[in-house]
Design a protein around this ligand. Structure first.
Ligand code: ASP
Length: 328
């Protein structure tokens, strides 16, 4: 566990973090059963979800749009220089190149994504541009980069961040591809939110697995895998080893299970069960899901302990240790 993560965990675990615009905090540390629904609400993965939720909440107050909120929220993480799994400061692939994946979706079925894109600081905003300005859902690689240029996105210099360079140099000594659960194979930010009127939206952005093969695309930009949103039912997002999440269409599966009457918590648990049943060497693999239904009830579940998420409501923005994981 990185020093930063330890620090944040120690500072925030079990306590409420007060943020501008949010009043009394809800000091909830363990969610074993689905809580009573609350709207508006924003949920996002991992420690960085706390500042991301705060940015999203501020935007929701300003613009009233849950879509604007989930974009603004994860843009905050895309700029976090200490995060080595999101944005251009993320760890590179095995060729030393950082490539990014992102998706965005609203509950009316509108969605956009970009995959394997380089030099774009805010892939989430590029995904939104794909959704709003093209007849397509997904653009990848050089085509996505060309679209970004045409849309006026600045192109960033292709240079590893100082932290990523240090880690990459260390990795090159052995060039061993062996992600360590809860450390190297996650940190994506997935965010799902619901406004006071029940409109849903979600976003997901990542630099993907560290030291992946050049060209590898994970679950995050794949609608239905890393993210799925339907106003009639709810929303879900994923983090962890993308290949395992893609195989079960994880986020879509959760939304469909909720459609059939499962609570968000039950749906997340069933998706993890499915993922485990389709995955060899599960002991080395972490994956986790977050879900919210149209009533504002939430769920979270992961393969292994260590999965946490941030939940913002009118009463506070708090980091929650899901403490809720698969038990064979
Ligand atoms: N899901 C991401 C991927 O496979 C990794 C992560 O959650 O950090 O690309």
């Amino acid at each position: 566990m990185s020093q930063r993560r330890k620090f944040i965990k120690q500072s925030l675990m079990g306590s409420a973090l007060f943020l501008p615009g949010l009043s009394a905090a809800c000091a909830q540390t363990n969610e074993k059963t689905a809580p009573a629904g609350e709207k508006p609400l924003i949920l996002s993965t991992w420690n960085h979800g706390v500042p991301a939720n705060a940015a999203g909440w501020t935007k929701l107050n300003e613009s009233g749009s849950i879509l604007d909120a989930v974009e603004a929220g994860v843009r905050d993480t895309e700029l976090d220089l200490t995060n080595l799994s999101v944005g251009l400061q993320g760890l590179p692939d095995r060729e030393g190149i950082t490539t990014l994946d992102a998706s965005i979706m609203t509950g009316d079925g509108s969605c956009g994504s970009v995959a394997f894109v380089r030099q774009v600081k805010h892939p989430i905003s590029l995904a939104r541009a794909v959704m709003e300005k093209t007849p397509h859902v997904m653009l990848a690689g050089e085509g996505a980069r060309q679209f970004a240029i045409a849309q006026g996105f600045p192109m960033e210099e292709e240079k590893l961040s100082p932290n990523a360079q240090i880690e990459y140099d260390k990795w090159k000594v052995t060039s061993e591809y062996k992600p360590i659960i809860n450390i190297e194979n996650h940190d994506t930010i997935g965010m799902i939110g619901i406004d006071a009127n029940g409109k849903l939206a979600g976003s997901c952005t990542t630099s993907g697995l560290a030291y992946k093969m050049h060209g590898r695309v994970g679950d995050s930009p794949i609608i239905g895998a890393g993210l799925y949103v339907d106003d009639e039912v709810g929303a879900a997002t994923a983090t962890g080893l993308g290949e395992t999440i893609i195989r079960i269409c994880g986020s879509f599966l959760i939304v469909e299970l909720m459609r059939q009457g499962r609570t968000p918590q039950e749906a997340c648990e069933e998706a993890v069960k499915r993922l485990v049943s389709k995955t060899k060497n599960i002991k080395d693999i972490q994956a986790g899901f977050l879900a919210v239904n149209k009533y504002g009830e939430t769920g979270a579940f992961a393969v292994h302990p260590g999965f946490n998420f941030a939940k913002a409501t009118a009463s506070g923005n708090v980091l929650i240790d899901s403490n809720s994981h698969f038990k064979p």
